[in-house]
Design a protein. Structure first.
Length: 319
């Protein structure tokens, strides 16, 4: 199964007009932001649901959190408010169980970096009168075993913040950056290592092919040889066990280069020398595998002579 995230745009209709900028409404800005974030998350193969289909429609806070049932993460997007205009730090409000601390911190710091706030992003949690979360949306998400986070994108009582968030290009940049942080957190981006032809790779959970089709689980469970790479487009072809050739284009962001094991080297050498056609052949008998492994070690992976190949085949047929 792939990654699934529930997004909630805080409030509804016309709610929380900024006292320092009459053009700014929290409910309208975070609605636009959650749609952009949805788009960018989906570009990583993440399944995204939202708590409401229409901006004008309200939904009780507890029910918003419970909408996240069976998701990997719940995010409720907001901007904050206080009585002092210079305050501008982003904040991630996470569950009291501590399960959202890591991703909450990453997102809070991401927001402060992209928005250029004067104050660094923070992570907090708040307990209710008992041993439960104070905020109903978080309580609702936790009640269905999901990490729920309220993400405050600075303060709409800060003039610069409202002006920055009302710029559509800025909002797009922010959503894109948050999506990247989330994708990295769930292992969908594996760093910047350059991939090349003939590299052996695995495919990340939640990946899609270059045409947008979902990569099936059986592909995720195998290792693949890269046939070609051009920009962010790679073509994976043969599985390392020799069972499949799929010739499928995929974005390199879904691929992780894996270190070639001794077993991989033996298998490749045996195939290159015409001794086997697949891992199935290699696994026919323990003795056969042992013979190939000994030959590989004796010749250090170099091509062997015809007589050695014939000797190996003789041993196989005799068995």
């Amino acid at each position: 199964m792939g990654i699934k995230i529930c997004l909630d745009a805080g409030h509804y209709a016309n709610y929380n007009n900024s006292p320092v900028n009459k053009d700014y409404w929290e409910s309208k800005v975070v609605w636009e932001l959650h749609l952009l974030l949805k788009k960018y998350l989906e570009s990583y193969g993440i399944e995204v649901i939202t708590t409401r289909a229409k901006q004008e429609k309200d939904l009780p806070l507890l029910e918003r959190g419970k909408k996240a049932k069976d998701c990997d993460l719940f995010l409720s997007l907001h901007t904050n408010a206080c009585s002092v205009e210079y305050v501008d730090y982003p904040v991630a409000i996470v569950p009291i169980n501590g399960k959202g601390n890591d991703i909450g911190k990453k997102l809070a710091l991401c927001i402060s970096s992209v928005m250029g706030t004067d104050q660094k992003g923070q992570v907090i949690s708040k307990k209710g009168s008992g041993n439960w979360d104070y905020y109903s949306v978080i309580y609702g998400a936790v009640s269905v075993d999901v990490v729920g986070i309220i993400l405050e994108h600075s303060f709409h009582t800060n003039l610069r913040t409202t002006q920055w968030l009302l710029d559509q290009d800025n909002l797009d940049k922010l959503a894109k950056a948050e999506a990247e942080v989330i994708a990295k957190h769930f292992g969908l981006i594996k760093g910047e290592e350059k991939l090349n032809k003939n590299d052996i790779v695995t495919v990340s959970k939640g990946a899609t092919y270059y045409n947008g089709a979902k990569v099936p689980d059986w592909v995720l469970n195998k290792k693949w040889v890269i046939k070609s790479v051009s920009g962010d487009r790679a073509v994976i072809d043969k599985s390392t066990d020799g069972e499949f050739s799929i010739n499928s284009p995929i974005n390199v962001k879904y691929l992780t280069k894996v270190k070639e094991t001794d077993e991989d080297k033996v298998l490749k050498w045996a195939k290159d020398n015409g001794l086997i056609t697949s891992e199935t052949d290699l696994n026919k008998t323990v003795a056969f595998r042992d013979v190939i492994t000994m030959l590989y070690r004796a010749y250090n992976g170099k091509q062997t002579y015809r007589c050695i190949r014939n000797k190996l085949r003789f041993l196989l047929y005799r068995e």
